[in-house]
Design a binder for this molecule. Structure first.
Ligand SMILES: NC(=O)c1ccc[n+]([C@@H]2O[C@H](COP(=O)([O-])OP(=O)(O)OC[C@H]3O[C@@H](n4cnc5c(N)ncnc54)[C@H](OP(=O)(O)O)[C@@H]3O)[C@@H](O)[C@H]2O)c1
Length: 280
């Protein structure tokens, strides 16, 4: 049995159909059952929270593998403790590409949590993806719809190779169901490097209408995030990540998706065409 955490999130929701197609028995850890009412009723549900250790033990009963999505170190500690007590064998953790150099805070946070899993004695596989293509919906769809613009402090030169969440889910499915992935760290990117302006241009091309990219000053983004009530350490970490993007330090392309899955990774333009409704 495989326990999927983050089952309503960008990667977990793509992983569910892949594992079902492969005939795996799965259970999802969810906080709100209403959010998964649309899913196949045969999928086992366990209501729980990474912050509440007592909810994790029943979620892990009869589970031997976990797909792990967490945000804070104490959550990983809770999961590892429960996993050891219930006989879980393997954790496939969704980490981040920044954990590779672990120079900036978001990378350090994930790296620290990877280290805890390494030390746990459980089998592990770490997935370190770069920027998800789906961020373009979360970050930009509203202002594209409302103002025909993208306001983002991404600079003019910094590049990323956005990765299709379905490719990350495919790698996770391989790691969870095939031998040979234990002890492996996979750096996952899309196939092409783009500046933020070029990503916006692709969305505009797919929509068939102009979209302005407005490279807002980082300080304006910082003040906006603080005003929305986000924690200061998180805001500072995100600002550091944006600085790294603006200095073009995230311009990395790997062929790991293809190496692991045997499939060519999806392009940003193809992903935009398939998700066009989200921008309309
Ligand atoms: N976005 C990127 O570009 C990017 C790049 C590299 C790495 N990452 C990493 O990817 C991870 C996020 O993955 P994602 O985008 O697939 O997730 P997501 O879309 O942000 O969704 C978060 C998931 O976690 C669940 N969740 C949140 N708090 C929880 C709690 N206390 N207990 C149990 N479940 C909880 C949410 O459930 P609810 O439905 O209940 O809210 C949801 O299913 C993060 O660790 C991030 O650092 C992201």
């Amino acid at each position: 049995m495989i326990l999927i955490t983050g089952a309503t999130g960008n990667i977990g929701r793509e992983l569910i159909p892949l594992l079902l197609k492969g005939g795996e028995s799965i259970r999802i850890l969810i906080r709100d059952e209403k959010k998964v009412a649309h899913l196949d009723p045969m999928i086992e549900r366990s209501v729980g929270d990474w912050n509440e250790p007592k909810t994790l033990l029943p979620a892990m009963r009869d589970v031997d593998r976990i797909f792990l999505v967490t945000y804070e170190t104490h959550q990983d500690i809770n999961v590892i403790e429960a996993a050891k007590r219930t006989g879980v064998r393997q954790i496939v953790k969704l980490s981040t590409l920044e954990a590779t150099a672990h120079k900036i805070q978001v990378g350090k946070w994930h790296y620290e949590r990877e280290e805890l899993i390494c030390a746990s004695g459980l089998d592990w596989t770490f997935l370190r993806p770069g920027m998800f293509m789906s961020n373009s919906i979360e970050w930009w769809a509203e202002s594209i719809k409302g103002q025909g613009s993208v306001f983002f402090p991404g600079g003019k030169k910094g590049r990323v190779a956005p990765v299709d969440p379905r490719d990350i889910a495919s790698v996770a499915a391989c790691a969870l169901t095939q031998p040979g992935h234990s002890g492996k760290t996979y750096e996952l990117t899309g196939p092409e490097l783009f500046t933020i302006g070029e990503m916006v241009h692709i969305i505009a091309k797919v929509l068939g209408k102009p979209i302005q990219y407005r490279d807002i000053p980082p300080i304006a983004a910082k003040l906006f995030m603080l005003r929305t009530g986000m924690d200061k350490p998180l805001v500072n970490a995100l600002m550091e990540m944006l600085g790294s993007l603006r200095r073009d330090e995230g311009a990395i392309v790997t062929d790991t998706v293809q190496q692991v899955t045997g499939r060519v990774p999806g392009t940003f333009e193809a992903w935009c065409r398939e998700h066009i409704d989200a921008f309309l």
